[in-house]
Each structure stands twice: as C-alpha cells, then as structure tokens.
Design a protein around this ligand. Structure first.
Ligand SMILES: Nc1nc2c(ncn2[C@@H]2O[C@H](COP(=O)(O)OP(=O)(O)OP(=O)(O)O)[C@@H](O)[C@H]2O)c(=O)[nH]1
Ligand SMILES: [Mg+2]
Length: 690
C-alpha cells in the first residue's frame, strides 16, 4: 500500500550554527533504520553535509533534504510514516539557503545548543517561523555536554518565547536519557517532575477545546487519544510549542523525538496551509488562494531549492502542496505554455536519490535535468493555475559586494557561465554589471562570498581576482539653470540643423529624471522631441562632472528652431545634448555618495571601539540595543565609500565575534574634498561630434 497523506511529516531543522542540526538528522536517520549507522560531521560522513566544502569546513552550507520512512509508533497500525527532514545551515550568511526551508514544511524545529543557550539564530528562526504560521517545536540538543544547566535553560526559553513552550519530555539519569511526560508519563526526571510537566501540557492543550476542558475538570484526566486533535490545533495556533531534549552524540532522546515526529507533529492536512496569490494576466487585482492538500485536485508544487550537481545536472527540489505528481505527467512552469518533461520523480536523502511512482501533498521530491525550472517556480498541471505564485519569502537583500575578473584572459565566457549557475542555486546571490564596467558579486556577508568563490575555484577550476567594487556615486544639480544650443552643419550636400532652448531644475532626492516638453507652436516639430530627449538622456547616463550618472533633475524644453529641409534627428540629438551640458555648467552640479544603514552585532566590551570606528568613518550612530546579555546591536548610517575595509577592522576589534549587515539608505552630497578628488580623477570620454 502506498503512503497516505496522514502518514507524511515535514520538518525543517533550523537554528544557530553548531547546535547539532546535521548530527541530529543523522541520528534520526540511523534510529529509523534509513542508514546503517550514524556518520559524523567531523569525519565528513553525514548524509546531509555532502558537499566537499561542507566536509572541509564541518558546517552546512546549503539546504539538504533527508527523506526516510519509519515504523515509529505507527508500528501497532502496521503502517509506516514518511518523514521529510530538512537540514539547514545555521550561519547567518547562508540565510538564502536556510529560509526557503520554511516554505516547504508544516513544522519548524528550532534546535538549541544546550551549552550556549538561546542565540541570535534561535530568536530569529522562532520569529520567522511564527510569522509564517508554522507549527514550532524546540529541540534542546547536546544535553550530554559539560556545563549545561537544562532547568535554567528551559526557564530562559519560556521567558524568551512564552509560557506555551512546554516540555514533552525531561532529561533524566543525569542527562543520559529522557522521560516521557506526554504519552505515558512515568519515571524520574533530573529536575521538575514528570507529573507536573504532564499536567501543564494537558492544561495548555485543553484550553483550545471547551468540551474537553469540561471533561478534564470533571475527571481530572483525559486520555492521550482525546488530546490528539486539540494538540494539533494548539500547535497550529501557536498555543503550544513543545520542547524536547536530545543528544545527537549519545542518542539520548532521539528515539523519543522520532516518536514525537510520528505521533504528534502535523500531517499535511493539520498544519497551516501556505498562502498563494493569483495574479491574473489581465491586470485585475491579485487574490489570495489557499493550496488544499487534496490529491484529487489540480497539482501545485513549489520549487524551494535548485542544486546543480557536477554529474547529475540540475536538480529542482519541490514541495507538493496540492494534487498529485506522477513521473512523466505534464507539468507547466507558471505561465509557460510548453509542458516540461520530468520522466522521473525522486525522494532525496542527502545526495542519494530514490525513484518514486507518485508524490502527494506534503511530499518533498525532486526532478532532474529540467533546465527551465528555477527557484520559487510553481509547477502545476492546469492552465487555470498559470498565474499562481507563492507568498514571497523575505530574504535578506545582498549588499556585500566584490568585483570579479578572471585571472586568465579568455576565461570570461566561462566566468559568466559559472556565475549563472551559482545564482540559480542561491537566491541571496546577485551578479551586477556596473556602469564602471565591473562584474560585481553581491551576497549577505564576507563568508557567503568567500565560500562561493572557494567553490568557483575548487569545483569549476576558475581562478579569479577580486577587489572592492567601485562606489556607485551619482551626480545631480543644486540650482535652476537655462541652456541653449544650435547645431548647424553644412557639409557639401544636405545640411543638419536643430536648435534647442531648455531649463533644468533640481528634483527632490530619489525622484530620478523628468523630461517635459513645453514647446509651443511646433517650433521643434513633434517628431524631433524624442531626439532632444535622447540627447539629454545620453548626458544623464554618462554624467557631467565626474562620469557618474545624473539623477533628480527635471528638464523642460521650451523653445527652439527647425529647418524644413536640414532638420534631422541627429541634429536635435546633438542640440539637446549640448543645451543640457550648457545648462549643467550653470546649475551648480555636485557628486552624490551612497549612504548605507549599518547594523553591527558585537560583544558588549567592544561597543566603544565599534562606535568610535563608525564615527571615524563619517558615520552617525542611530541607536543601540542589547538583545541578549553580553551582546550589543548597534544601528548606524555611514557613507559606503568609507566602509571598504570595515569588515576586517570589525573582525579585529571584536576578536572575530562581530557581525554586520549593510543596506542602502539614500544619496547625500559628497564632502567637498571627495568631490574634488572624483572630478580630478575623471577623464571624460571624447565625443565624436564635438
Ligand atoms: N557533545 C555533543 N556534541 C554534538 C552533539 N550534536 C552535535 N555535536 C557536535 O557539534 C558540532 C556541530 O554539529 P553539527 O551537526 O555540524 O551542527 P549544525 O547545527 O549542523 O551546524 P551548521 O551546519 O553550521 O549550522 C559537531 O562537532 C558535532 O559533533 C551532541 O548532541 N552532543
Ligand atoms: Mg549542519
């Protein structure tokens, strides 16, 4: 018999790096019998950290899917449960790989390192998962380690995330095992008591069901079977966040966690379904649609990961949210009209693929070698659903950039191909071609780009030079001015004639460019107005003072002259350009520099040094906060041009503990000495018709 919907579980392990997510996935796979024995991160033998660089760094760098089947507690029913377990990287630089996991699962399991307690990523993932209305469970891992105080940690979890965080089991035997507090509460615990924990759980769960509450008050107990539905509801509504204890190293609590996954975590019909939007092509308003986990409906699957394997080619990993996928069935990508051919569907366990005959709502599967599929695509089997897309994930905006060039001449095409592949796999990686003719790679932070470049070197054997990208300065004007030009050429045969008068005025910052035609009486015929605009836009693009694009300017063309025979497009392009330059020379043009919002997280004792460093770089401190003891978060604004070596400086000021983020804020006039420097450095390109 095939798998039924109610036997499917989806679960993403998320949280701080080093909490033990990859080891826990390994321990669960081994306990379920999916692998003969647990591998280890240190030896590079885990199912989930399969990339060479992950083995080398002993950290996950991408999202891994480990699907397995387990008899678990379903044993009595002679059934099997299919678990799709997602292992995510904990480094903040890898958020482009970890956040998409939240779009694919019913449950987010936030893994906490028992030694370190609540860390930055713990908090962020608790919030992100709640915002997406996922069921949440907290796994306190590494309970075997030295110097842990689990009672205090449980208290801190409740303080930070609410009293609804209640233990399903408690550590026992000096942290060598756990005692169940839910199904069959019995036994000792290292702290608190199993009975007490059980009572609190039942109290919390019955609160969502009045009838059950009445029964409970009358009888003083309710059976676990009666608690199942209200428990699902309590988790779905965020009224209960179960806490469990594990050691991926000794195996304590792992069998119990597997049991919890099978018996308590939501199946695809019990979670909060994801929100989709339907944006019709006719421009009518977008409407919200809910995917319904029913295999008899149209199929809808969301692609949340692309991996390009050197041997297997492009793998598109998707979560089925509605309907049923079968190998060879016609599937469409969004609005695409041509069906894709996916002859085979696979389940994944790390890099191992197992072919399956169908995928149901809740299943996470992959198709190989279909190059058209990209990250965030919706695959469907009905034209009606062509305009459906998923609620976008709020991914961080990559601003940390490096300009790249290949070391060897002739590698340019290869570089371009490689960058294309990297971007397809990583939703937080961008490639820009700047005006200064640079290829700039942007990511979340220094480590993100370093590991990406390492991959370019090791996997694609491509040597690159990197340097900080040039700062995207802009130019603008600060006064109104008038400009005039008459273009006249008599070269033997046909002549060229065009004359333009225009006015220019500064616009508020960020308004860009406006071109206004207020020519009266056809003195510049209508058909030549676009030529004038073209001449003006050319200057906007190439800059006036220092070669940077101009912005925030209104250009009003109000007068001119034409000639019945000699007026031509080229004449008006040239007249427009020169009239604009004439006006710019009188409009007090200036160079603008980009200002960015800087967020720094640093140890408390480095606060003074970090704020001093930011101030010394013409920055303004906007505020500071202490999200957890011993750590400060500083928010500031500073000109981007001053931040070139800031990451390295921060590292040394904080002994490597500081992290930072940058985000574009606005443009401000550059200080006078910088203006002069940039103008002096500019060598204007010669124009042919000057
Ligand atoms: N003592 C102890 N060590 C553990 C346990 N679980 C994991 N570790 C160790 O902790 C380190 C990190 O484990 P990982 O599983 O790689 O942690 P992770 O959460 O996947 O980390 P990232 O991939 O960087 O996000 C490794 O050295 C593991 O051997 C545990 O339960 N007890
Ligand atoms: Mg890992």
């Amino acid at each position: 018999m095939g798998i039924r919907l109610k036997d499917i579980r989806t679960l993403a392990l998320v949280g701080q790096s080093g909490a033990g997510k990859t080891m826990l996935a390994e321990a669960l796979l081994a306990k379920a019998g999916a692998i003969p024995a647990a591998g280890s991160v240190e030896r590079g033998t885990t199912a989930c950290d399969y990339l060479p660089m992950e083995k080398q760094l002993q950290h996950s760098l991408k999202l891994a899917v480990a699907s397995f089947e387990t008899a678990g507690a379903n044993r009595e029913l002679n059934g099997r449960t299919r678990v799709h377990l997602l292992d995510t990287p904990g480094y903040p630089d890898m958020l482009g790989h970890s956040l998409p996991a939240l779009a694919a699962v019913e449950t987010a399991a936030v893994v906490i390192n028992a030694q370190n307690g609540i860390e930055m990523m713990t908090q962020r993932f608790m919030q992100w998962a709640a915002k997406r209305h996922l069921d949440r469970i907290v796994i306190v891992n590494r309970i075997d380690a030295d110097n842990v105080d689990l009672e205090a940690l449980l208290g801190k979890i409740q303080d930070a995330f609410g009293k609804e965080c209640l233990p399903l089991n408690l550590p026992a035997g000096g942290r060598t095992r756990v005692s169940d507090c839910f199904f069959t509460p019995s036994g000792e615990a290292d702290f608190s008591s199993v009975d007490e924990a059980h009572r609190r759980l039942v109290d919390q769960v019955v609160e969502v069901d009045e009838k059950l509450m009445a029964l409970y008050l009358e009888k003083g107990e309710v059976s676990p079977e009666l608690l199942h539905d209200p428990l699902e509801r309590a988790m779905r509504e965020g009224h209960l966040v179960p806490v469990v204890f594990t050691s991926a190293k000794t195996g304590a609590g792992v069998a119990e966690l597997l049991d919890v996954i099978v018996r308590l975590l939501p199946n695809p019909t019990e979670g909060n379904p994801p929100v989709y939007f339907n944006t019709p092509a006719d421009g009518s308003a977008a409407s919200e649609v809910q995917a319904i986990p029913d295999p008899t409906r149209h199929a809808l699957a969301h692609v949340f990961k692309i991996e390009i394997d050197p041997y297997l080619g492009r793998l598109a990993v998707m979560r089925v949210h509605q309907g049923r996928l079968t190998p060879g069935g016609a599937l469409y990508i969004g609005e695409g009209r041509k069906p894709i051919k996916a002859g085979h569907l696979y389940l994944l366990r790390g890099k191992t693929q197992t072919e399956i005959g169908e995928a149901l709502p809740g299943d996470i599967c992959c198709v190989a070698k279909v190059d058209e599929i990209q990250y965030d695509h919706i695959l469907h089997d009905s034209p009606e659903d062509a305009h459906i897309h998923a609620e976008p994930l709020e991914l961080p905006n990559p601003v940390f950039g490096l300009a790249l060039s290949s070391k060897k001449r002739g590698d340019e095409q290869k570089l371009s191909d490689v960058l294309h592949r990297l971007v397809a796999e990583d939703p937080c990686l961008r490639i820009e071609h700047t005006q200064a003719n640079e290829t700039v790679m942007r990511g979340i932070g220094e480590m993100h780009l370093r590991t990406t470049l390492e991959k370019v070197k090791s996997q694609f054997k491509l040597e690159l030079d990197t340097r900080p990208p040039s700062v995207p300065y802009r130019e603008t004007i600060s006064a109104k001015a008038e400009g005039h030009s008459r273009h006249k050429k008599q070269t033997g045969g046909a002549g060229q004639f065009g004359e333009v008068f225009l006015r220019i005025e500064p616009l508020p910052r960020g308004k860009g460019f406006e071109f206004v035609d207020s020519v009266k009486g056809g003195v510049i015929p209508n058909q030549f107005i676009p030529a004038v605009e073209k001449g003006v836009r050319g200057v906007m693009h190439h800059g006036f003072l220092a070669g940077y694009p101009l912005q925030d300017i209104r250009v009003i063309v109000y007068d001119g002259k034409h000639h019945a025979v000699d007026s031509k497009e080229v004449a008006f392009v040239s007249a427009g350009r020169k009239a604009f330059i004439d006006a710019l020379a009188k409009a007090r043009a200036l160079v603008l520099e980009p200002v960015v919002n800087v967020g720094v997280t640093a140890p408390e004792q480095a606060m003074g040094d970090v704020t001093g460093e930011i101030s010394a770089r013409r920055g303004h401190i906007k505020g500071s906060d202490s999200p957890r003891p011993g750590t400060v978060e500083i928010t500031a604004q500073a000109p981007l041009s001053e931040l070139e070596n800031f990451p390295a400086r921060l590292k040394s000021l904080t002994s490597g503990q500081g992290s930072y983020s940058l985000e574009f804020s606005h443009y401000d006039p550059a200080p006078a000495p910088l203006q002069q420097k940039l103008v002096a450095a500019h060598q204007p390109a010669a124009h042919a018709d000057d």
